[in-house]
Ligand binder design. Structure first.
Ligand code: MV4
Length: 510
């Protein structure tokens, strides 16, 4: 087993991996950019090394600097987290070249799944159901028109090197196809340096459901249940849950077996996720495979009782999976809210700045994977994910009410967050009925900003008023502009009720 692991990441996932290492008696090495000097992952690691300026290209993406720290610190392995270098085959290879274990799949598996067309070719060989379409890039507009005619409109044009919706075009008629293909190819070239675009039948109003898989280095591969990830905004996941409200045990087994086939076709090792599109008739189609631990892994951990980071590290150290497929049981329900530093009243623009007050929820069935703390300055240089709030319950309804309770306890001042959005989602009738698809959140937001219809339980109202009063008092003292902060006593009530009073009142009215 490793004695020291370098975490090549930041924020909540770096803290998450550091915690797992600590539980396993493994020393931790953090790396940080100039703006992250006071970040939580730096505070929690055993050692920390600066690797460069704020822009990721000068720090968290600098393979040479990270490998240099691994060498200087004596780290035997590197956990990449998600994003940054986590799916970079060159980095995984560079680690292998210097004898540092990359905690994840091999470069070969990464490369195979990194191209959507290569992945589809593999699926074709493995007999895995994938969305009807081509498995190679379109060589000409004529080939595109011919394929679209064969598949049937509407069709989806997609960048082979793409992801997250970039280089993707939904095409309804043959008249639009030629121009859509040209713009998809140029966007793919600009975004990924690879203009290859292929074509699929468009699945209308699909659900996005993904299957967690885990494989050791001795040929054992298991599935660990699915996650419903349909609640997205501009291809950014916002809320995920496990299990999916529409997947029954038979469908779960079938999806799991297909996901294992996908992983085996890629000679996959470590933790990975197979993404599916699911149509209104509950047919599922292979979409792509993510060769990393995902942000939303906690909902799988809570419903299986497994620690995926522990297992990743044990697999990377050469251990066999300590259980078989027949030992995997899905129990209860978990829902994850991604808490972003974004302003819901300003088109969810990032809201960096100093967290002046932070009240965090806890209690039965509540898990918080957080990278923030009171007094920390949220930088503007990275993804604005601050923390994940996960509610667990015996069933979906209990998970929902626990999250609603916990969200009322959450209070972040100094920056804006999207916490209010989750109250709207959790009390929405379609959400509560499990009526979800990838267009759900756009429809909810189009309904306009309105007060949350469900009231907090009465005791919560008192708690809310207390929180609002505390916050008003703190704000009055902390805010330099406030008359109180100057000489310790008020200069008479301000003419207009302060934001906190208004906030306190609006919250209490909920
Ligand atoms: C699709 C699709 C419908 N039909 N492919 C979006 C990003 C990339 N992961 C694949 N995506 C989609 N591919 C076909 N053939 C609809 C989407 C899609 C989507 C998929 C998953 C989650 C959110 C989405 C939002 C819009 C479109």
């Amino acid at each position: 087993m490793f004695k020291k692991i370098l975490i090549a990441n930041r924020g909540e996932i770096a803290v998450r991996v550091i915690r797992a290492c600590r539980e396993m008696g493994i020393a931790t090495v953090a790396v940080y950019s100039d703006v992250d000097r006071a970040a939580l992952h730096v505070r929690k690691s055993d050692e920390a090394y600066p690797i460069g300026p704020a822009p990721a290209a000068g720090s968290y993406l600098r393979m040479d600097k990270i490998l240099d720290v691994a060498k200087r610190s004596g780290a035997e392995a590197i956990h990449p987290g998600y994003g940054f270098l986590s799916e970079n085959a060159k980095f995984a290879q560079a680690c292998a070249d210097v004898g540092v274990k990359f905690i994840g799949p091999t470069p070969h598996s990464m490369e195979m799944m990194g191209s959507k067309t290569r992945a589809r070719q593999q699926m074709e060989k493995a007999g895995v159901p994938f969305v009807p379409g081509t498995s190679r890039g379109l060589a000409s507009p004529e080939e595109g028109e011919e394929a679209a005619k064969r598949i049937g409109y509407p069709v989806m044009l997609k960048a082979a090197a793409g992801g997250g919706g970039k280089g993707m075009r939904l095409v309804h008629t043959c008249q639009e196809l030629r121009s859509a293909l040209e713009s998809a190819q140029s966007e793919a070239q600009r975004s990924f340096g690879d203009s290859e675009v292929y074509i699929e039948k468009a699945i209308v109003n699909p659900r996005h459901i993904e299957m967690q898989v885990l494989a050791d280095e001795h040929g054992n591969t298991v599935w660990l249940g699915e996650r419903e990830c349909s609640i997205q905004r501009r291809h950014q996941k916002v809320l995920e849950e496990a299990p999916s409200p529409i997947v029954d045990p038979d469908m779960r087994r079938r999806m799991g077996e297909v996901a294992v086939k996908v992983a085996q076709a890629a000679n996959y090792t470590n933790a990975g996720t197979v993404e599916f599109l699911v149509d209104q008739q509950k047919n599922f189609y292979f979409l792509e495979m993510n060769t990393r631990l995902q942000v939303e892994h906690p909902v799988t951990e809570l419903t299986t009782g497994l620690d995926l980071v522990h297992l990743q590290i044990r697999i990377a150290s050469g251990e066999k999976l300590p259980f078989a497929q027949s030992d995997v049981a899905i129990r209860g329900h978990a829902i994850e809210c991604r808490i972003y530093a974004e302003d819901p009243d300003n088109n969810y623009f990032p809201s960096p700045g100093k967290i002046t007050v932070l009240l965090q929820p806890s209690g039965p069935g509540i898990r918080r994977d957080s990278g923030m703390y009171e007094g920390w300055n949220v930088p503007m240089d990275y993804d604005p994910l601050l923390a994940k709030l996960i509610g667990y319950g015996t069933d979906r309804q209990q998970a929902i009410v626990r999250l609603q309770r916990a969200l009322y306890e959450y209070f972040v001042a100094g920056i804006k967050t999207n916490i209010s959005l989750f109250q709207r989602i959790l009390c929405d009738a379609d959400f509560q009925a499990g009526k979800l698809d990838t267009g759900y959140l756009d429809r909810l937001l189009a309904k306009g900003n309105h007060a949350v219809t469900s009231r907090a339980p009465e005791p919560q109202i008192e708690a809310l008023e207390t929180i609002a009063a505390i916050a008003a008092g703190l704000f009055a003292v902390l805010d330099p502009a406030s008359p109180v902060s100057k000489n310790g006593n008020t200069a008479g009530p301000p003419s207009v009720p302060s934001n906190w009073k208004q906030k306190g009142r609006s919250e209490a009215l909920r």
